[in-house]
Design a protein around this ligand. Structure first.
Ligand SMILES: Cc1cc2nc3c(=O)[nH]c(=O)nc-3n(C[C@H](O)[C@H](O)[C@H](O)COP(=O)(O)OP(=O)(O)OC[C@H]3O[C@@H](n4cnc5c(N)ncnc54)[C@H](O)[C@@H]3O)c2cc1C
Length: 352
């Protein structure tokens, strides 16, 4: 008999929500959640944590709607969770874009200006507002989820998975301790560590790549009512991180094929210059208040839709991730698709 029914590898927001979804659906399922670090030590800890109700494809819009409902339920069930509702404004020169990509439930509405005096709207650019936006302290939320999961499963931190081998009766996972964990099935939720030698040959055919993500910290305290502004045409946003007492400006850095273990050198002169120039176009008064930020990376799929796929012929190993810089906002839907792929019926849902 295997040690556990399902091993989930990776204790970020995606791995934790996958483990939660499995144990919600089947409380008798024996699950182990393993991380080479403490939980939430990867991309999730660095995340800006913005959820906006949009998607570039029908599947991502569905995932966005599902995830929004799950986070709303979590926040309602436990108001102490670090999930914060936000007002939202969107800027774009493409008048149809908001209609095309935002969920109808966002009820997008064209308005004249962004409230306050921070945003300078470029000529020819329209401003919209909408509903359903929130942001989270993703690291703290992941830890809170992991704390609850401890009662339901075996949480193994500082245990690195060094090998993954599928056989006729299950999956054997080699561990950094020298031991082996035998599971009937395994979920790999590695965040940007897609090239870990333990699963690199299995994951490579998916065609995912790792891109650097850079966000600036702006030394100005947001007000209680300040909301997020999304610059649709640049894939950038200005977010009031109230829990940290500063604004965050996220812009699209185009540095590809980076190594998550090699990003500790911090913000480079090039990162800072590019990001400040981008911010200056929309919020010139803040551009001089940015001398710091956060740098990490995420896995991106060829289609820009998250990947939830089996990796072996027997369907025992499932990959969940490559969420294209949207792994927080789509994690609940990724978790649901993963549980579906593992054939765990949602009718057995029995939330603790
Ligand atoms: C600066 C920044 C800003 C972002 N902003 C947003 C945003 O506003 N909204 C949004 O939706 N998304 C955002 N993202 C993206 C989002 O944070 C990620 O998509 C998400 O956190 C990925 O979650 P994950 O669980 O897949 O990965 P991770 O949190 O990286 O978790 C993967 C885990 O796997 C573990 N692991 C790796 N290898 C092994 C191994 N061999 N054995 C055991 N464990 C292993 C790691 O230790 C890690 O804890 C941002 C990302 C960054 C970096």
């Amino acid at each position: 008999m295997n040690d556990v029914d399902i091993a989930v590898v990776g204790g970020g927001i995606i791995g934790c929500l996958v483990a939660r979804e499995i144990t919600d659906r089947d409380p008798h399922c024996r699950v182990a959640l393993l991380d080479r670090d403490v939980v939430a030590g990867g991309a999730s800890r660095r995340s800006a944590g913005l959820h906006f109700p949009r998607g570039g494809t029908e599947r991502v819009r569905r995932m966005s709607a599902h995830s929004q409902a799950v986070y709303a339920q979590l926040a309602q069930d436990d108001p102490t969770l670090p999930i914060h509702a936000l007002t939202m404004h969107m800027l774009t020169a493409d008048a149809d874009r908001v209609e095309r990509t935002y969920l109808p439930s966002a009820e997008p509405e064209r308005v004249g200006q962004v409230p306050g005096d921070l945003i300078a709207v470029p000529q020819g650019t329209g401003v919209w507002t909408g509903r359903g936006c929130q942001y989270a302290d993703v690291g703290a939320l992941t830890e809170a989820l992991a704390r609850r999961l401890r009662r339901r499963l075996a949480l193994r931190e500082a245990i690195r998975v060094t090998a993954v081998d599928a056989g006729p009766s299950g999956v054997s996972l080699g561990l950094s301790t020298g031991g082996v964990l035998n599971a009937s099935r395994a979920v790999i939720a590695p965040g940007p560590w897609i090239a870990d030698p333990a699963w690199e040959p299995l994951v490579k055919p998916l065609g995912a790549r790792v891109k650097k993500i850079v966000a600036l910290h702006v030394d100005q305290e947001p007000g209680e009512d300040d909301g997020v502004t999304v610059f649709e045409d640049e894939d950038a946003f200005l977010l009031p991180l109230r829990h940290r007492g500063h604004w965050l400006y996220s812009y699209t850095c185009q540095e590809w094929d980076v190594d998550p273990d090699g990003l500790a050198q911090g913000l480079s002169a090039k990162d800072l210059t590019e990001a400040v120039e981008s911010l200056r176009r929309y919020a010139p008064s803040l551009a001089g208040r940015t001398t710091a930020g956060r740098v990490f990376c995420d896995a991106y799929s060829p289609t820009r839709e998250p990947l939830v796929r089996t990796l072996d012929d027997g369907g025992r190993i499932v990959f969940a991730g490559a969420a294209n810089g949207s792994g927080y906002r789509l994690a609940p839907a990724i978790a649901a698709e993963t549980a579906d792929l593992l054939h765990i019926p949602s009718s057995r849902r029995n939330a603790a």
